[in-house]
Design a binder for this molecule. Sequence first.
Ligand SMILES: Cc1ncc(COP(=O)(O)O)c(C=O)c1O
Length: 370
Amino acid sequence: MSKSPSLSSISINSGAPAPKNGQAFRSGPVFASTFHLSGDVDPNVYQYGRFGHPTWSDLEDGLASLEGGETTVFPSGMSAAAAILTSLAAPGDTILLPSDGYGPVRHYAKQYLEKFGVNIQTIATREIDAFDFKGISLALLETPSNPMLDTFDISLAAQKLHALGGLLAIDNTTLTCLGQHVLSLGADISMSADTKALNGHSDVVFGHVSSTNNEINAKIREWRKYSGNIPGPMETWLVHRSLSTLDVRLERMCRNALALAETLSQHEKVKAIRYPGLPQDPSHETAKKQQQLFGFIISFELADKRSAEQFLSACSLVYEATSFGGVHSSAERRARWGTDDIPEGTIRFSVGCEKEIDIIADVLNALEML
Ligand SMILES: Cc1ncc(COP(=O)(O)O)c(C=O)c1O
């Protein structure tokens, strides 16, 4: 038996060292913009709140022990994505993004990078396994994709890109570092919108970037320092506190999700369903190979827009919202944004930590009313 604790146990103390006698288990946030700095500048001490901060360092150490790579925290998932794209792309480079991934990442690249001579190419997630990556310098991809939960083989993509001198970054928001270890699968960069499951309490917008490559980490940190995209100490501390319960939350959410997906897959009013945990799902084999968890997001299709809207209003336990990954179950008719190429009746359902029997009863009751 291995003597070192598993990642699940490391997440309980969030990577913090054991307290000494009389010390609190956890230290509080440090509210400071300015640090005493005398004489010649010492790069190993805190100097100014935009350059480095002890509360960031605590969370970054905790995340690094779970991700397996040095970590830089950001005030949102979008700023984490912007840090990767802006600091690693140069004029003439071609960036590959998923056509079915989080839309604002594509928007950012097109709006703010294309004008400086960076080329943007997109690809559907289900086509990535067969793609040759020729001409791609940096790929920022999602697996499973969101909302339709297609997957691709991370190790295969990393091998192909590395052979051509390219870099692979994975947006691991939907599974988190406990659900999929993207750096050990060969990706150069792991990125996450911690606003979702990693924080999980629907009260903080946050993000981070991790990598084992020192050159990449230096560029990411420099971009944070000079763009001023820095998180506040309170938000950072809240995310760190939530990290302690990530494992138990995910365990419950994913178990609930599998039970709900099995129920929905047999329901006559559900036209189609995607959940990588279902053996018949097209993502099942890849998910089994590279994920630790099947996830807590289910996408399913009802007859049309009206049925989807009726379903959402008929749920009482499940709140209608555009985010996901919280302890509270939430759902939305994703096509309402007009950004995803999906049927009008598609519901993206984020399964929370409620009792399985209660969520299933709420959903069955709402389907009954259609
Ligand atoms: C997969 C994914 N990446 C990035 C983001 C952006 O994160 P944030 O909203 O924290 O900026 C989101 C937000 O929904 C997301 O779903």
